[in-house]
Design a protein around this ligand. Structure first.
Ligand SMILES: Nc1ncnc2c1ncn2[C@@H]1O[C@H](COP(=O)(O)OP(=O)(O)O)[C@@H](O)[C@H]1O
Ligand SMILES: [Mg+2]
Length: 380
């Protein structure tokens, strides 16, 4: 018999009976769904196979029913999350939220809508607002703690909008400089004439300009490392030595153009790759972070080394499971497959010390709002 938690005071025996029947039905549906998704365990006995499944120990009914589930020995909450989208329909839910309750129990909430439906406004607050996860928690990072980052996703999946949000939050901070290469020519327009401009290159009319900007950042990096006091191994970022965030918008596109200009004696693409590799390898301690954007983080664009240096990894909608696995090795197959149909702004995110999470990126608005947010408040 399943324990009912917080059952409303029912007037009639009939209503109490109905609640218990609903709770038992949910526990049974849970058991059957676990068997079907492999969360259960089958043991052979002389009388045939017996399957045990993580046991529902209590149920709370309501608009979003909750099951308290005891995990089987050796299971983790992540094992349940990995098959949540297979379990959900059999429990009459659109999605499940799985939260640890004790070291061996999870609370499974039955949701009637994807928790990432609807837009998330870019919210002011301490740290950079990077998104909201399925539990409704805001993901915020102190700029000094922002790692090297790589974001991928097919066209119109939300990469640029996410970048707009990030840059709008950095543009006005006295302890940050927004640098980088934008072959599309749109990203830096609102920064024109500001203290950031010398660190930015735009468009493809002069492909060499991108290399110049990266050379300048690498020189700044060397100066900063040479100037490190004896008792420090990292730069203390602040207004005097601002964090330099180097954005590489449409990085594969830029490389393609540079590679096309390759001649027998000159390989601008190789030089640019080498500069980016140096920033990834040595930049973190000098207060320099790279944010690399690509439709697909494939090996010809970002080698294994570069990928390994980027510990914040964000995948907006991808074409296939293999693309997801490029940035999130070990992502559950069901999660990776489902992500091929993600809405714009919905991403998978990996970062050190945290499980893979599904997030919705903050929505600042379109390009006009981005321009207003950056240029409207920049000191001239
Ligand atoms: N976080 C978001 N929330 C809501 N809608 C979004 C979000 N991100 C993107 N979109 C929608 O998707 C469209 C394409 O996004 P964009 O960032 O330009 O894609 P990409 O740079 O990947 O090609 C946007 O114009 C917007 O309408
Ligand atoms: Mg874009």
């Amino acid at each position: 018999m399943v324990l009912l938690i917080d059952a409303p005071e029912r007037r009639t025996r009939r209503e109490r009976y109905d609640d218990h029947r609903d709770a038992e039905a949910l526990a049974w549906a849970w058991r059957c769904a676990c068997e079907g998704t492999g969360l259960g365990r089958t043991v052979d006995t002389p009388t045939g196979g017996t399957t045990t499944t993580p046991k529902v120990t209590a149920v709370r009914l309501g608009r979003h029913p909750e099951l308290l589930v005891a995990l089987l020995p050796g299971q983790l909450p992540a094992d349940v999350r990995a098959v949540a989208n297979r379990l959900a329909p059999h429990l009459g839910a659109v999605a499940l939220r799985v939260e640890p309750r004790t070291p061996v129990h999870v609370r499974v909430t039955l949701l009637d809508a994807d928790p990432l439906d609807g837009t998330v406004a870019l919210a002011a607050g301490s740290g950079l607002h990077l998104g909201r996860d399925e539990n409704g928690a805001e993901l915020r990072v102190d700029p000094a703690e922002l790692p090297h980052t790589i974001a991928q996703g097919v066209t119109r999946s939300g990469k640029s909008v996410w970048t707009y949000g990030l840059l709008a939050q950095l543009a006005h901070r006295p302890d940050a400089v927004v640098a980088g290469c934008d072959p599309t020519g749109l990203l830096w327009r609102p920064f024109t004439g500001s203290r950031h401009t010398p660190w930015q290159s735009s468009g493809l009319a002069d492909p060499g300009a991108h290399e110049k900007v990266l050379v300048a950042v690498v020189e700044e990096m060397e100066t900063r490392i040479d100037g490190l006091p004896l008792d420090r191994d990292t730069v203390a970022v602040g207004p005097a030595l601002p964090l330099i965030v180097v954005v590489l918008e449409e990085y594969p596109g830029l490389l393609r153009v540079l590679d096309a200009a390759k001649t027998r004696g000159d390989d601008p693409g190789a030089r640019l790759r080498a500069l980016v590799s140096r920033l990834l390898a040595e930049g973190a301690k000098a207060g320099i972070r790279v944010v690399l954007l690509a439709q697909r983080a494939e090996a010809s664009v970002v080698g294994a080394f570069e990928r390994a240096m980027c510990s914040l990894r964000v995948s907006f909608r991808c074409d296939n499971r293999a693309s997801v696995e490029l940035l999130h090795p070990g992502a559950p197959a069901a999660v990776a497959d489902a992500h091929t149909a993600a809405l714009p702004g919905v991403a998978l995110l990996s970062r050190p010390g945290h499980e893979l999470s599904r997030i919705r990126a903050p929505f600042l608005g379109g390009y006009a709002e981005y321009v207003a947010a950056v240029s409207g408040r920049l000191p001239s």
